[in-house]
Design a protein around this ligand. Sequence first.
Ligand code: SF4
Length: 313
Amino acid sequence: MQGYTIKNEPDLQINRLLQLFYKNNMHYEGNIIRPPSEADSIILQITKGCSHGRCSFCGAYGDKRFALKDLEIIKKDIAFAAHHMTDKRRAFLCDGDALVTPFNRLVQILEWIKEYLPQVNRISTYANCRSISMKSDDELKQLKELGLTTFYTGLESGSDSILQRINKGFSSADIIRESQRIKSLGIKSSVTVLLGIAGKEQSEKHAIATGKVITQMEPEQTAALSLMLVAGTPMAKERNAGRFIMPDKNELLRELYLMVDNINCKTLFLSNHASNYLAIKARLPKNKEKVKSEIEAAIRGDITLRPEWMRGL
Ligand code: SF4
């Protein structure tokens, strides 16, 4: 189980000031969202919003309409990073689905990163199933050679009926095919799954199907988050109308258990996101039994869970 490091105050303050300095000088528009593991990366916003933008639970980008960002602005941000972020070895491309950027444009951005930020040795991006399928094997290989080596993708659920219900825009067969394709090209992937997304009724079916689909996708990393309903989203409206009932704490832990139980590929499994009650960091399937015992202990009340007030997106 992963612990939490509380940094000492001076460090925290310097870190906050630095973040503010970056935020005020990079040309960020709207909410900037990144995976927890990209906290120390140069965050480069190359698109605005999400090209799909229809998932029924998602309030990530609010009213931000999808658009490609101006190349000159992106170049200015890279130049700023070249002066002020010389200690950073990673870069992360956002918004929601930065891989949808046309190939030649993406090549130009990656070449600028290579030229102005030679210390960067890993570039990652958000990528959805459709944007991966829009790139040929050759294109993906070239992007990888230019340093784009890791994709973050939202699976949410392995159940086709749930994927349809939440408007994800792909089927389990689509995402398995694209995952296996990027894997065969040597691109790493981190996949997000959502506890609670199927409601109380389909909780078990969702957990089992998700574990099985992850097994076929074989991502290097699987990250479980718990659904936090965002006001104004179609799913929150469903909840308000009584048509969606969120599983309770123990039902979410049971989902986590079933998901882990059904994952039979090598993956680093994380549930350390702030939305979860129980933080796990474990290599599967190697440590499956240990993780299952921990979850059982949490269900029995033998492990202290993250308190409600500390949970968030
Ligand atoms: S693809 Fe991701 S960012 Fe876009 S709407 Fe769906 S969950 Fe939100």
